[in-house]
Design a protein around this ligand. Structure first.
Ligand code: ADP
Length: 490
């Protein structure tokens, strides 16, 4: 047994050992032989194993979801809401266990993992309530003997694929609205962070979710993804992950013309104007840039600072970044965990080398951390060239690269010069500028004088190549509802 060899599971110290499952969850049953190792990125130790399921098992999961659909969608919204509310309550009750499990498999500091569990559960609560407000329309008809109504109905079986950076929240903001709307779901979580997903299924069962409404499958991404994107029984496909994979999967969906939602990569600009509160801007940059060790799709990726405050801001940010505490997330004091894997570390190193090679200077960091493995020091680089690799590609790591700008026009030019359009940030104390810049940024979300933009009450999603559709808020449930116009001749 892997744990016997390494003690990883023991170190997590679960109060409820049964939240740790090494099997998939299909049609209300735990299935599959655990064969694939799952490692803790902080220690590289094996936490446990998961099944390597493929096409036939995914088809079985789709069949289970399809069979569960008629009964589930016929339930009153209030009944579905009751289960979702209970599910959230159970998540909060077991917040510490869920957080520790997440930190062990994902690496993020425990405080962030606790926060993610609360944030993730909030989508269940929110969408349970929203389900009660799925109002249709009556439309004044063009003839006096006709009536027209619009019904909103669940799209049907949903296929979902989620990433490793927010192992729980990226699931609940798909599964929450889907299940609330009356859909059933087949989910493939990231193979790097499966245990957070499987623990959710344990609590789903306890909350009273009927078999087949949520099915979770682990294994080879390609064949599982093919079924989820090509099986005609799946009506909607929702994905959060990298842009190349999202594009490929969306294309696969078009053979059967599925509804598609995508939340893909960002390349967030972070603008600091001369008239900004510099202390607030530096604090916002730390949150936005270094949360989850820089591994969020809304992380500030390119920091543009106006001439007049450039030096002062650079100094302040470097001071704050050098105070971050690198280490194993399970050690309570840590504020920076490891990167998820060696590939992520290589990308960070390539971005830093490219910037330094083109004239940038390191104010802090710019090297691997003494913890070894995939730990990298929080890094602030100044005098980064406007066309450096780290301004063109998502770094997905703890590297803040500072580029200088002259005026508002140039700042917006730099910021909008990207095919990504997920999140952007700006700091200014001018009311007029805050409006001009908010309106001028070609992004799905703008943080104006704040580095934090994620909450279940607001729509999350991007424009351009960052995605299609929105998650969270009153809009999020629409992604799981079809409109049906009903004409009545009197
Ligand atoms: P990242 O680079 O952030 O890991 P990915 O897009 O590779 O992002 O992964 C996001 C999710 O997509 C994960 O669940 C992963 O297993 C899945 N995935 C990756 N490649 C494929 C594929 N070819 N088909 C289906 N799913 C995939």
């Amino acid at each position: 047994m892997a744990d016997g060899e390494t003690g990883e599971l023991g170190r997590i110290g679960l109060q409820r050992a049964d939240l740790f499952r090494q099997q998939c969850y299909i049609n209300g049953k735990w299935v599959g032989e655990p064969t694939v190792d799952v490692r803790n990125p902080a220690t590289r130790g094996v936490i446990g194993r998961i099944p390597d399921l493929g096409k036939s098992e995914t088809e079985a999961a789709v069949a289970a979801a399809a069979a569960a659909l008629p009964k589930w969608k016929a339930e009153p919204a209030a009944a579905r809401a009751k289960i979702l509310r209970k599910w959230n309550e159970l998540m909060l009750k077991h917040q510490e266990d869920l957080a520790r499990l997440m930190t062990a498999e994902q690496g993020k500091p425990l405080a962030e993992a606790r926060g993610e569990i609360a944030y993730a559960g909030a989508f269940f609560e929110w969408f349970g309530e929203e389900a009660k407000r799925v109002y249709g329309d009556t439309i004044p008809a063009p003839a006096s003997d006709r009536r027209i109504m619009v019904l909103k109905q669940p799209v049907g079986v949903v296929g979902a694929i989620t990433p490793w950076n927010f192992p729980t929240a990226m699931i609940t903001r798909k599964v929450g609205p889907g299940i609330a709307a009356g859909c059933t779901v087949v989910l493939k979580p990231s193979e790097l962070t499966p245990y957070s997903a499987l623990a959710l299924a344990v609590l789903a069962e306890e909350a009273g979710l009927p078999p087949g409404v949520l099915n979770i499958i682990t294994g080879d991404a390609e064949p599982i993804g093919r079924v989820l994107t090509e099986d005609p029984r799946i009506a909607k496909f929702t994905f959060t992950g990298s842009t190349p994979v999202g594009k490929k999967l969306a294309a696969q969906c078009m053979g059967t013309v599925k509804r598609v939602s995508l939340e893909l990569g960002g390349n967030a600009p972070f603008l600091v104007f001369d008239d900004a509160d510099l202390e607030a801007a530096a604090a916002g940059a730390i949150i936005s840039k270094f949360r989850n060790t820089g591994q969020t799709c809304v992380c500030a990726n390119r920091i543009y600072v106006q001439d007049g405050v450039y030096d002062a801001f650079a100094k302040l940010l470097a001071e704050k970044a050098s105070n971050l505490v690198v280490g194993d997330g399970l050690a309570g004091v840590t504020t920076q965990g490891p990167l998820i894997n060696a590939k992520a570390l290589e990308k960070v190193e390539a971005h830093v080398a490219d910037a330094l090679g083109h004239g940038a200077k390191a104010l802090t960091g710019a090297a691997r951390d003494s913890h070894g493995g995939t730990f990298y020091q929080p890094t602030v680089l100044r005098d980064v060239a406007p066309d450096a690799l780290l301004t063109r590609e998502e770094t997905f790591g703890p590297v803040a690269g500072l580029v200088r700008f002259k005026d508002e026009t140039q700042a917006l030019q730099f910021a909008n010069n990207s095919r990504a359009g997920l999140a952007a940030y700006a700091f200014t104390q001018s009311l007029a500028r805050s409006w001009r810049v908010s309106e001028g940024l070609e992004y799905g979300m703008v943080g104006m004088n704040t580095g934090l933009i994620s909450t279940e009450v607001s729509p999350f999603g991007g424009v351009k190549e960052s995605g299609v559709g929105r998650e969270g808020s009153k809009y999020g449930i629409d992604e799981y509802l079809d409109l049906k116009a009903v004409f009545v001749q009197l």
